[in-house]
Design a protein around this ligand. Structure first.
Ligand code: MTE
Length: 300
């Protein structure tokens, strides 16, 4: 099937943006059949027009390299991403330090086109390549009693010029409830547009949770820990009034300092019309049931 690859992305899988867009048109002309194969979760992808490589890779947040939107692109090249390993520990049957290439050889890499919604009220559409977090967790064997997954970003002061400033409590950490982590939408991304993910976007492995605000997408992951208690998250530690554990995209619950009802799509020019933000970023059919009975203004 056109959009599934087994294992690592090799040179012959690399598609430049022009070829990629062309391929999309061909597939679109065939009635979107290939995409339909990715089940309901990719349905929205047929309507989504991805942002350009340039937009996706030159305007983002990775505070370990500085707090300006163009700092990650300017400074993240300093990060060494090979070799890379991920420690999987806590409540798992097979804890250990796994080499990334060994993980990738077990995983099916596929393409997912997801809406991205930043808490700062701008948005993009990104064609990710990656594998389901659930596949990694199943490989490690989640023990009964585990309720949450904690993630940690690499911390290398000698390669990360931003960590000498105490803007956040380093290393960057994030967390998901286990059922959120197991949802088939939740991706560990290794690429964009079929190319290796660039350092500024979180190479070599970063989380993508499309129904949550972008800051849940922890970059350059080195540790995944299964626990029975809610793990700390960097933005919640920095400012608990403004950033909760859940961070679901919710147009009805505003950030204390600005509205979350609309968003500014990046790429349409500064005067592009704002769009109404969708509940759960448009993925409600797949994930709303995870929050049945919860007051989302309390658990924001
Ligand atoms: N991960 C780390 N390690 N450090 C960060 O500063 N920033 C977060 C998140 N992940 C951040 C991080 C924020 S605020 C956002 S909006 C997204 O990454 C941006 O992700 P993007 O590169 O996909 O745009």
């Amino acid at each position: 099937m056109a959009f599934r690859w087994k294992g690592d992305l090799k040179d012959h899988h690399v598609t430049d943006e022009a070829l990629w867009l062309n391929r999309r048109q061909i597939i679109g002309g065939a009635g979107g059949l290939a995409l339909a194969g990715l089940a309901g979760r990719a349905r929205a992808a047929e309507e989504l027009e991805p942002n350009s490589w340039e937009e996706i890779t030159s305007y983002n947040n990775y505070y370990e390299f500085g707090t300006d939107k163009d700092d990650p692109k300017a400074y993240a090249d300093a990060l060494t991403t090979e070799p890379w390993s991920v420690t999987i520990d806590g409540m798992v049957d097979k804890p250990g330090q796994y080499a990334l290439e060994d993980i990738l050889s077990q995983m099916t890499i596929e393409e997912r086109i997801y809406r991205f919604r930043c808490v700062e009220a701008w948005s993009m559409v990104v064609p990710w390549n990656g594998f389901e977090l659930a596949d990694l967790l199943n490989m490690a064997g989640v023990q009964s009693g585990a309720k949450y997954v904690a993630f940690e970003t690499v911390l290398r002061p000698e390669e990360m010029r931003g960590v000498s400033y105490p803007v956040l409590d380093w290393p960057y950490v994030e967390g998901l409830r286990l059922d959120e982590a197991m949802n088939p939408l939740t991706l560990l991304a290794t690429g964009i547009y079929g190319k290796d993910i660039p350092n500024q976007n979180g190479a070599p492995l970063r989380l993508v949770v499309p129904w949550k605000y972008g800051f849940k997408s922890i970059k350059s992951i080195v540790r995944v820990t299964l626990t029975d208690s809610e793990p700390p998250t960097s933005w919640n530690k920095a400012n608990p009034r403004e950033y909760g554990f859940y961070s679901n995209v919710n147009p009805q619950v505003d950030h204390p300092r600005w509205s979350q009802a609309t968003e500014r799509p990046i790429g349409g020019g500064f005067f592009a019309k704002r769009k109404p933000t969708l509940m759960f970023n448009g993925y409600g059919e797949e994930v709303a049931s995870l929050y049945d009975g919860m007051d989302l203004s309390e658990y924001f």
